[in-house]
Design a protein around this ligand. Structure first.
Ligand code: IVH
Length: 680
């Protein structure tokens, strides 16, 4: 058998059916028949990888190998659009443009799809590569991800070079559905579409229901005189062209022709443009996808040529944007912040701009993925808004500056300790526990209101103490002689006394606060409280479990789970942490909850030693059950031993159950326990 030929045949057949299914929505063969062909080709490609084409339909499912997104030069100028915000302004622009043209002019009005911009490059009938817009000159090669989008034709019946511009988007219902299953949620469909184009693994992109609409075509060996002809050609080649199209001209023949080519088109004289814009704006929420405006374009290519372009946008097109940006400003720089746990957060330093009642100078950029998604570089003009009306966010690039690189990259090394940064999930981390910045941030966290609440030790004072080398670690807060601050500006006697008093009174904070204030990864106040509620009411008990490497005992606690369970074992077996804890203990901080002896009801459980395992239905937290036992003269211990007499067994018991069975301990269900409590 000629395998090469057979593979080509199946590939062509599959691409045809993919197009019928995903673009035309009128499949001709059953899913089963399709799958059979698909499997046959997949098997042949495994046997004869040398015959597999880059545009094999198998590419639609993507790959698990890590993508790279090298920068590539655009073969056509990828211009942006000038924009206006009011239909009247657009009406004026239209009249001015029509007057400037020598002949009768026509305009299309297209929806401005709010997704991710893409340029598809074809040659010899094959998709060669696909680039993001980037800075307009260079884009990122995201071909492997784009090939997974079933609506993107991989082969076309056009052998000359062709570049096609379009927008990748996801519908709102698909977004809601897909996003609900994601660990890290996307703020809107646009961010998900743009993020998906930059997935490291194309197999992940293949799972996202992405769509494309194309809106410009550059046929290299042909000059097509009219934008409508180009759109029609693109549709004939198998591209998805948005059928919601308006055509406006005072030339009756041109309107007639437009209706012949696109039966669904709205064709009307120029005078009705403003009304059309208003109606589209008013009904945009009825669409299943987001549009952020409309695009008005001259259709005649010769008039486009006459009008020309600026470096940034064509003079023959104009965007009518529905919402003016809340604020616009320049991204001056990006600061790399390192948190106490080493997580890197890039922060935008913005040219100060007034926005709903305050001046905005900074906004978080979350992580490298967010920056990539926006294709954001220093010097760009950006739009900003206040999310939830408080936290400023960078929403979009309005105009690229000409910085290099055009997309900002988080540095490879920690700016504070020069340790190489490591990427884990979406974030970069400084993994150096002794990084000075991490330690300084750790001190801030310890003293903050939510933790030890040492009000007099604010960020500024800590920065000073840290820079002087006086307070480098948490125990230093308690051992430093604050009299030494007397020579410093702003530290009069009163202020120093306030610091001393604040530090002293922080020693009365309860164990839960102290535990959380240590700032250990995964041990914030919720976890600290959960531990204590489940019987880990002293540091000694926690350390004892950690020493035994018993992460499961932690993991069984509701709200802790395996990840934190393992972290706890790690934290509390680390010598430096144990050292820290013992120093702080010596200084008088609380490392156990204060015992409040429960009033005795009777002595029904006297002499008994109980252990509790699993989760209880009635006694939440578990310490409530322990209290009932103690009120009846029994004792409750953490672990099963030869002295244990009773095991209270909840749902999903841990390893304690097996140990109890081995030691012939009486095993009591929660219902039996309730019955015992009722007995006098
Ligand atoms: S035309 C020179 N048409 O809007 C042609 N753009 O700021 C310029 N967009 O990068 C683009 N729908 O990502 C055009 N029907 C449409 C569009 C559209 C969405 C996006 C595109 C472009 C941005 C312009």
């Amino acid at each position: 058998m000629d395998y090469k030929k057979r593979m080509e045949e199946i590939a062509a057949e599959l691409l045809k059916h993919q197009h019928l299914y995903y673009v035309q929505a009128r499949p001709e063969i059953s899913d089963k028949a399709y799958d059979r062909l698909f499997d046959e080709l997949a098997n042949l490609e495994k046997r004869f990888p040398q015959y597999a084409s880059i545009n094999s339909p198998i590419r639609r499912v993507g790959s698990d190998l890590d993508n790279t997104f090298p920068e590539k030069t655009h073969g056509v100028p990828v211009l942006s659009l000038d924009k206006l915000y009011h239909p009247e302004e657009l009406g004026q622009w239209l009249l001015k443009t029509a007057a400037a043209a020598a002949s009768n002019i026509g305009f299309t009005i297209e929806e401005k799809i709010d997704g991710a911009s893409i340029v598809l490059y074809y040659d010899r009938g094959e998709l060669q590569y696909a680039l993001t817009r980037g800075n307009g000159l260079l884009g990122n090669d995201v071909s492997a991800n784009v090939r997974t989008i079933s609506q993107v034709p991989l082969r076309i019946a056009e052998s000359s070079p062709l570049a096609v511009r379009g927008e990748i988007y996801i519908t709102r219902p698909d977004f809601e559905c897909f996003n609900s299953g994601m660990a890290e949620k996307y703020a809107n469909p646009r961010n998900l579409a743009a993020g998906s184009l930059r997935n490291l693994k194309s197999a992940l992109t293949a799972k996202v229901p992405l769509n494309i609409f194309v809106y410009e075509g550059f046929f290299q060996n042909e000059s097509i005189p009219d934008h409508l002809d180009i759109l029609q050609r693109l549709a004939q080649l198998g591209f998805r062209v948005n059928p919601r199209l308006g055509f406006f001209s005072d030339d009756d023949a041109k309107r007639l022709q437009a209706r012949r080519m696109f039966p669904a088109i709205t064709a009307a004289p120029l005078a009705s443009v403003q009304e059309y814009l208003r109606r589209q704006a008013a009904t945009r929420r009825e669409l299943p996808y987001d549009i952020d405006g409309l695009v008005v374009k001259v259709v005649e290519m010769n008039i486009r040529q006459e009008l020309g372009t600026t470096a940034h946008h064509p003079r023959w097109a104009m965007a009518y944007k529905f919402d003016s940006p809340q604020g616009r400003t320049i991204l001056l720089d990006i600061q790399v912040q390192i948190g106490r746990n080493g997580r890197v957060t890039p922060v935008a330093l913005l040219k100060p701009v007034a926005l709903s009642g305050s001046t905005v100078t900074r906004a978080t950029l979350h992580n490298q993925d967010y920056i990539n998604m926006l294709e954001l570089g220093i010097g760009d003009e950006v739009s900003i808004s206040k999310r939830g009306d408080v936290i400023p966010a960078v929403d979009d690039v309005l105009e690229k500056g000409d910085s290099h690189p055009s997309i900002y990259k988080i540095p490879e090394y920690c700016p504070f300790c020069s340790t190489p940064l490591v990427k884990e999930g979406a974030h970069h981390f400084c993994k150096n526990d002794t990084c000075p910045e991490r330690r300084r941030r750790g001190l801030n966290y310890f003293c903050a209101k939510e933790q030890m609440d040492i009000e007099a030790l604010g960020e500024k004072t800590i920065a000073l103490l840290f820079a002087k080398g006086w307070v480098q670690s948490i125990p230093d807060i308690y051992s430093f002689d604050y009299a030494m601050l007397a020579g410093e500006e702003g530290f009069k006697e009163k202020k120093i006394a306030r610091i001393r008093a604040g530090v002293a009174s922080s020693k009365t904070r309860p164990f839960a606060r102290v535990l959380a204030a240590l700032g250990l990864d995964g041990v914030a106040s919720a976890a600290a409280n959960a531990l204590i509620a489940h019987g880990f009411d002293s540091m000694d008990k926690i350390i004892a479990a950690a020493k035994k490497n018993d992460w499961e005992i932690f993991a069984a606690i509701e709200g802790i789970g395996e990840t934190t369970g393992r972290l706890l074992v790690g934290h509390f077996s680390k010598p430096e942490n144990l050292q820290l804890i013992s120093s702080l203990k010596e200084m008088g901080l609380k490392f156990a909850t204060e015992e409040k002896a429960a009033p005795r009801i009777n002595n029904a459980f006297a002499g008994q030693i109980w252990v509790i395992t699993g989760s209880l239905a009635k006694f939440i937290p578990r310490s409530l059950a322990a209290a009932e036992i103690e009120k009846r003269g029994g004792r409750v211990l953490e672990n099963v031993s030869t002295r244990t007499t009773h095991l209270l067994r909840g749902a999903n018991p841990g390893s304690k159950l097996a140990r109890a069975e081995k030691n012939h301990v009486k095993i009591i269900s929660e219902n039996d326990f309730l019955r015992l409590l009722r007995k006098k």
